[in-house]
Design a protein around this ligand. Structure first.
Ligand code: HAM
Length: 420
């Protein structure tokens, strides 16, 4: 056993689990196509200022959680903690504004955040991220929310809570900020230390504090919805109507604020009771000013990201189906050294026909080779020995029933294609 272990908060996704991920990604890919989103692959590290400016200097992600390092040229780089800022960077850099709008993009891959590891929370975790950039149509918000719900539906997830809110825009946020600070000022001493720190810098985040005292103190705090400007109120109304129109079930949660600063107007989260404290399967919203905050022109956008580990965990806990695990169909067994060449040749004929096949590589006894064949999960062992070679046949042994039959070597592949 190696004495070097994986760093805290990261996981190996081993074959016993990776096929489940494969299922999640293949369903995701199909839903993406059905909603006309195209896949992109983006870099795992970016310039640090993309996140500090895009996600926001006062967010937990930027203040405490980024994996930032200097490269050999002394440049500050950061392992991406999320994808929206990178997506918008890529949209601007690749002049996607010149193409059909909105650009509808999706991507999946590992993100990195220095958080305290616990169930459903890791330091390297995978997100499935969808973004629609270049339109402020509220129907795009509806599409994005429904896309996530359709994905979860197709994966078989149930009992999900869908919470939707509007966090306003730079026009109405100062009104809410002031109302919130006026409400909180007399209660400031009773708030937890982190919330006292947030009071001036980012008071909205106080509504998101998990501390029960802070939650009780902010129960009657002014909501973002109560302070929306006309434009945001009209937008939020259209999103609610659109969601109702397509029969999406959701609740308005006027306490919902998201941990990233770029949100404007719509914000939403999908929660699962199966996950414990880290109960968000997905979160997203509109970010109409993100492009400007990273130095681009005004470019509205809307999207969400779902945590792959949390999807798989919830699916496991809810007993959802992942389809069939992959298995090897045929295990080729040579009876002795003289039949090895014929066995290897049969193995590659089978594989070249697109049938999953394997052989034993441990070079042990025939008995051990049969044992490996049995443990492989294969449907048939294809046995070649001197007798088979002399008669131009192979022995096919059904590894479940133990039944055997002779099949002509020349017709082996055709036979397997119909037998499997
Ligand atoms: P977020 O809420 O920070 O949003 O993350 C989205 C999802 O990623 C969460 O709901 C959760 O499922 C998963 N997640 C986050 N942190 C962890 C972690 N440490 N371990 C495991 N899973 C985690 C964003 O990242 C936004 N960029 C989403 C977005 C896209 N908004 C608009 N477009």
């Amino acid at each position: 056993m190696s004495s070097i272990k994986a760093p805290r908060g990261v996981r190996d996704i081993l074959p016993g689990e990776s096929w489940k991920w494969e299922h999640v990604f293949s369903v995701t890919r199909k839903v993406a196509g059905d909603f006309d989103y195209r896949e992109v692959h983006l870099p795992v590290f970016e310039h640090t200022e993309l996140f500090s400016r895009g996600v926001g200097e006062t967010t937990d992600v930027v203040e405490k959680e980024m994996y930032t390092f200097e490269d050999r040229s002394g440049r500050s780089l950061t392992l991406r903690p999320e994808l929206s800022a990178s997506m918008v960077r890529s949209y601007l850099e690749n002049r996607m504004d010149k193409q059909h709008q909105p650009a509808k993009l999706w991507s999946a891959g590992p993100m990195f955040r220095y958080e305290r590891p616990q169930k459903g929370r890791y330091r390297q975790f995978w997100q499935i991220d969808f973004e629609a950039i270049g339109s402020q149509d509220p129907l795009l918000d509806v599409e994005s929310i429904e896309l996530s719900l359709e994905l979860f539906r197709r994966l078989g997830l149930s009992n999900l809570e869908v919470l939707v809110n509007s966090v306003g825009c730079p026009a109405c946020r100062p009104v809410h900020r002031k109302a919130l600070q006026d409400f909180l000022r007399p209660r400031l001493k009773e708030l937890c230390e982190s919330c006292r720190g947030r009071f001036d810098r980012n008071p909205l985040r106080i509504l998101d504090c998990k501390n029960p005292t802070c939650q009780a103190l902010t129960e009657d705090a002014p909501s973002t919805i109560s302070c929306l400007c006309d434009e945001c109120a009209v937008h939020f109304d259209a999103v609610r109507k659109g969601l109702a129109m397509i029969g999406a079930s959701f609740e308005v949660d006027n306490r919902l604020v998201r941990g990233l600063d770029y949100y404007t107007k719509t914000a939403y989260e999908v929660l699962s009771g199966e996950l414990g404290a880290q109960n968000a399967v997905c979160g997203g919203g509109r970010y109409d000013n993100l492009a400007e905050s990273i130095g681009g022109p005004h470019t509205p956008g809307m999207g969400f990201a779902a945590g792959a580990e949390r999807i798989v965990l919830t699916m496991e806990e809810q007993g959802c189906s992942f389809g069939e695990p992959p298995r090897c169909d045929i295990f080729v067994v040579h009876a002795d050294d003289s039949s090895l060449e014929a066995a290897v040749s049969a193995l590659y004929d089978i594989r070249r026909a697109g049938i999953a096949a394997d052989m034993d590589y441990t070079g042990r006894t025939l008995r051990a080779r049969f044992k490996t064949a049995g443990a492989s999960g294969a449907a048939f062992a294809c046995v070649l020995g001197p007798e088979e070679i002399a008669s131009g046949k192979v022995t096919l042994k059904d590894l479940r029933s133990g039944e055997q039959q002779a099949v002509e070597r020349a017709k082996l592949v055709d036979f397997l294609k119909t037998a499997l």
